[in-house]
Design a protein around this ligand. Structure first.
Ligand code: ADP
Ligand code: TRP
Length: 330
């Protein structure tokens, strides 16, 4: 049995990149009899400014989205990071093992800190250490994430090995699991950048909550090239990204899609893609809305998840405190 864990920031919208990069892999791993944990990293979210009222809503929205996507709270421990204080406690201990240089190398930090100068928060810099704590606390074997998080999981591996070497075998060394197709959906308005909810323009991403009209508008406006054919090629990231999206939704291979659109142009292809996307999103949206209508039901699921996670985390921290020498009784 493997322990599988992933987490997402509750920062408002979730886009199809998040869905295919992180949520769907977690749903499919559920059936294999593994022990899964999935949580909303609210303490990661506050590394950039958050409005408290909106944050609260976003946490519930994220929980509803996972459940609507097929996360079964019996099989997956679903919870809110801040409810298990051991995450921040372990992060502090790991802070004392990590080196400045290691964090300065992190691509996500460099991207997010760009242009902020000295005003960037220490939390944003330290973000990967809290993530390492999230993972190591639960003896995680596998971390399904999108490509952009690979570097962070590698830091968690390094810190696990460093701790084990210094204090004796304590942490399982985790492995990232990155799906082959769809690990990095690209922005619709710039196929050289990844689709991201922190983008300044809404034309960058397809939100899981976009309605039919918006989907069509965004797909029609998606950047392609002047070649006009529906073919994959490394030099044509725009159309390649759209083919990948259609392939993920219809579960057809990119080759099958290429064959189906032989001799056709962007117009036909984009209309079909928008229709398939809407057919995929509409039932998901109804389920999300139904779950959000019953916040007390959601809170019950999250309470239950938090107490199960807490029990595991408490046990681990007893061992960690003992190993580093702060526990006085033996
Ligand atoms: P964002 O960059 O949109 O803020 P997050 O950093 O919160 O997204 O990522 C949440 C999860 O979704 C992570 O596992 C991440 O790897 C995955 N993910 C994010 N963007 C994409 C993308 N464009 N394609 C595939 N997976 C993605
Ligand atoms: N850093 C991840 C992201 O931005 C979210 C995250 C926090 C995470 N802790 C985690 C992902 C632990 C996997 C495992 O998407």
């Amino acid at each position: 049995m493997s322990r599988i864990l992933t987490a997402l920031q509750p920062s408002g919208i979730l886009h199809i990149g998040n869905y295919f990069g992180a949520i769907e892999p977690m749903v499919s791993l559920q059936s294999a009899g593994n022990q899964n944990l999935l949580f909303m990293v609210d303490y990661h979210a506050i590394t950039v400014e958050q409005d408290p009222h909106t944050l609260r809503q976003n946490i519930l929205f994220a929980a509803a989205t996972y459940l609507a996507s097929g996360i079964d709270p019996e099989k997956t421990i679903l919870f809110q990071q801040s409810r298990v204080s051991e995450h921040t406690e372990l992060a502090w201990i790991l802070n004392c093992l990590v080196r400045m240089g290691e964090l300065e190398r992190m691509t996500q930090y460099k991207d997010k800190a760009l242009g902020k100068g000295q005003s960037v928060s220490v939390g944003l810099f330290d973000y990967p250490v809290l993530m390492a704590a999230d993972i190591l606390l639960y003896d995680t074997n596998i971390v399904p994430v999108g490509e952009d998080q690979k570097q962070h999981v590698e830091l968690a591996r390094d810190l696990a090995e460093r701790f084990n070497k210094k204090f004796g075998e304590t942490f399982v060394v985790p492995k990232p699991q990155i799906r082959k197709e769809g690990a990095r959906l690209m922005a619709l308005d710039d196929p050289h950048k990844k689709m991201s909810k922190s983008a300044t323009s809404e034309k960058n991403y397809l939100s899981l909550m976009d309605d039919e009209k918006t989907v069509l508008k965004k797909i029609k406006a998606a950047v392609t090239d002047s070649e006009g054919t529906i073919r994959l090629s490394p030099s044509r990231p725009g159309i390649g990204n759209l083919i990948t999206i259609l392939s993920l939704i219809t579960k057809k291979t990119p080759k099958e899609i290429e064959n189906a659109y032989e001799g056709k142009g962007y117009g036909d292809f984009k209309t079909d893609l928008a229709r398939e996307l809407t057919a995929f999103l509409t039932p998901l949206q109804s389920k999300i809305n139904a779950l959000l209508k019953d916040p007390s039901g959601l809170l019950k699921i999250l309470d239950n998840g938090a107490s199960r996670a807490k029990a595991m985390a408490e046990k681990k921290m007893i061992d960690v405190r003992q190993k580093i020498g702060v526990t006085l009784s033996s």
